[in-house]
Design a protein around this ligand. Structure first.
Ligand code: NAP
Length: 260
């Protein structure tokens, strides 16, 4: 019995999946879902202690899981991480490009360091990881699936999350750009655009008064939980997405229908 209640059976048996930002929140959930579908999973992020704990937990589910140190702000660590995945699990078949940060600030208060941190983590880092994975898939003549974790803020904006929204908008364009260039290599590139999902990135906010007020304004007066993304993930990494590339699957409970 799968522990995430996955509807996929073992459709990913024998596949190698790399999840960036696997040390918490959505990334940790994605890794568990992929493992329950039979994939061997490489868990990548900066906080190695958390990755090691998750690798132990996932390893007990009957697939192989390894912790891989990765800082997407350090381009050299990306190649090293992929080498470790190759040695430990084999070449990457599935990339979940999920590492991300946000900084809440008015545009007038943004300094260059914060701007760079948000853009470099969410957009440049995601580009470099997908580029490195794509290059290896093409060189090895292996098909693959890449899922970029964007946001509903990739196509809408709210105050104080300007640079985050700019980076996620870029990530949606990157998804289409990679999909068109890599279609002939049988590499599918899609994105998930989540609405508000409760994780460490926003937990304190949603417990604050401002967070409660925002929740009350949402279409269905609730924020999501990481498992609410399971279905979109399973679709985009599994055989049912054979005819889907360059697409964005919005999973937001209708939050963006009347503005966020
Ligand atoms: N939660 C939401 O409501 C929501 C909505 C839309 C989109 N998203 C997106 O979903 C993704 C995951 O967010 P989350 O909610 O799960 O947040 P989270 O709990 O804060 O997780 C973010 C992950 O990114 C990793 N990370 C950050 N900087 C990194 C770097 N330089 N190199 C490698 N890994 C790095 C962190 O690991 P380390 O600190 O260990 O490196 C952590 O595992 C993000 O891209 C976020 O923008 C979230």
């Amino acid at each position: 019995m799968s522990q995430t209640g996955g509807a996929m059976g073992q459709e990913l048996a024998g596949k190698t999946a790399l999840v960036t930002g696997a040390s918490s929140g959505l990334g940790a959930r994605f890794a568990r879902v992929l493992a329950d579908a039979g994939a061997n999973v490489a868990l990548a992020a900066r906080r190695g202690d958390r990755l090691a704990k998750l690798a132990d937990e996932i390893g007990a589910r009957g697939v192989r899981a390894i912790a891989v140190p990765l800082d997407v702000l350090e381009p050299r660590s990306i190649g090293a991480a992929l080498d470790r995945v190759g040695q430990g699990l084999g070449p990457v078949d599935i990339l979940i490009n999920n590492a991300g940060i946000s900084r809440e600030k008015w545009i007038t208060d943004f300094d260059e360091a914060d701007y760079d941190a948000v853009m470099d983590t969410n957009l440049k880092g995601a580009f470099l990881v997908a580029q490195a994975v794509g290059r290896r898939m093409i060189a090895d003549k292996r098909s693959g699936k890449i899922v970029n974790i964007a946001s509903v803020l990739g196509s809408s904006v709210i105050p104080m999350l300007s640079v985050y929204a700019m980076a996620k908008g870029g990530l949606l364009q990157m998804t289409k750009a990679m999909a068109i260039e890599w279609a002939r290599h049988d590499i599918q590139v899609n994105a998930i655009a989540p609405g508000y999902i409760r994780t460490e990135i926003n937990d304190a906010f949603f417990r604050s008064d401002a967070g409660q007020k925002l929740t009350a304004r949402l279409l269905r007066r609730r924020v999501g939980e990481p498992e609410d993304l399971d279905g979109a993930l399973q679709l985009l990494v599994g055989p049912a997405s054979r005819f889907i590339t360059g697409s964005v699957v919005t999973v937001d409970d209708g939050q963006s229908l009347r503005g966020l």
